[in-house]
Structure formats: C-alpha cells, structure tokens
Design a protein around this ligand. Structure first.
Ligand code: COA
Length: 163
C-alpha cells in the first residue's frame, strides 16, 4: 500500500537514482537529463511554493516510507485538472501507479469537486495508457506533433475522466 506525501529533503537522494533513468524520463515532458541535485532542490522549492495553493498539487509516492515515484494535479480551468505521474523502474508492474492515480482522482472529484481530469500520453506509452484505462479514463484524441523533446516531435493521446 502506497502513501501520497509532500516532497521533503530526504527525497532528494533517491530522486537522483530513480530519475536518472531514460526508461522513465523518455516518457516525461520537461524533465532535466541528467537529473542533478540542483534539479531536485529546484523541484522541492517549486513544491514548497505551491504547497498552500490548488494550482499545482504535487505528491511524492511512498512505499514503506521510501519514495518510489511522483504524481501531480495541475489546474487547467476551474473545473479541470491535468495529471502526470511516474514510478521508478524497480517498482513497475505492481499496480502502484494505478493506486496513486486512484487516490488523486478521489481527491480531485471529492475534495476539489471538479468534474474533469485529463492526461496526455506520448505515443507508444502502453503502460501509461493501461493505467489510465484501469482508472476509468477514456481516450478523447490523438494529437500529432503535440510535444517537442530532444528536437523531435512527439504525437500524444489525450485521455480524460469526466464525471
Ligand atoms: C507508466 C508507469 C507510471 C506505470 O507504472 P506502474 O506502477 O508499473 O503501473 P501499474 O502497475 O499500475 O499498471 C501498469 C499496467 O500496464 C501494463 N503494461 C506494462 N507495460 C506494458 C506494455 N508494454 N504493453 C501493455 N501493457 C503494459 C501492466 O501489465 C499493467 O496492466 P495490468 O494491471 O492490466 O496488468 C511507469 O511505467 C512509468 O513511470 N513510466 C515512465 C514514466 C511515464 O510513462 N509516466 C506517465 C507519463 S503519461
């Protein structure tokens, strides 16, 4: 069973291990490569700055008190948030992303009382698509060249859960 917690300094070291892995970062937009201690500290500052606001809601995913990933909710409109998440490779395939996303969805729909959570998935990210489907998201679109990363255009799929 995982917990969603605020990011803390003790997460910095494991973040460096988990995020210096292209199998994880290839599928994420705007993540620094290599991922340095400075990047982790900047991230923690951003999280702290956002702590009392509802615009960016950011959680470390912990298993038995150790960070294994991250998940966020980003406000796109009063009624709509976008989610993004990752799990460190040693922890893949154990249902942790699905569990984390379901927790975040409960918070979004029950506490924030919004009606739409959306997610963009790079083309080819079958595992993430599966996570979204397991959590009740439906694909709404296929967006050509919607991202650019390492000077390459990336197609993406838009998924949403709407209540
Ligand atoms: C996508 C990611 C978050 C999934 O995390 P996870 O904890 O392994 O996910 P879960 O275990 O909850 O579910 C994964 C599902 O995908 C399936 N899956 C994994 N790889 C797959 C593949 N190549 N093809 C088809 N299904 C796949 C698993 O079997 C599982 O489905 P099941 O429960 O029906 O068997 C993780 O792989 C990751 O962090 N990837 C890199 C970053 C990323 O892609 N983030 C999301 C950006 S949109």
């Amino acid at each position: 069973m995982i917990d969603l917690v605020k990011y803390e300094k003790r997460h910095i070291e494991p973040l460096l291990t988990l995020l210096n892995n292209s199998n994880v970062t290839d599928w994420l937009y705007k993540i620094p490569v290599p991922y340095t201690e400075k990047d982790a500290k900047t991230w923690l500052k951003f999280c702290k700055k956002n702590a009392d606001k509802n615009e960016n809601i950011l959680y470390a995913i912990e298993l038995n008190g150790e960070i294994i990933g991250g998940i966020g909710l980003h406000q796109r409109a009063g009624h709509c948030y976008e989610t993004g998440y990752w799990i460190g490779e040693p922890y893949w395939g154990k249902g942790f992303a699905t569990e984390a996303l379901n927790k975040v969805l409960d918070f979004a729909f029950d506490e924030l009382q919004i009606v739409r959570v959306q997610a963009f998935v790079f083309e080819g990210n079958t595992a993430s698509e599966r996570v979204l489907e397991k959590c009740g998201f439906k694909q709404e679109g296929f967006l050509l060249k919607s991202y650019i990363k390492d000077n390459k255009y990336i197609n993406s799929k838009l998924f949403a859960k709407v209540i």
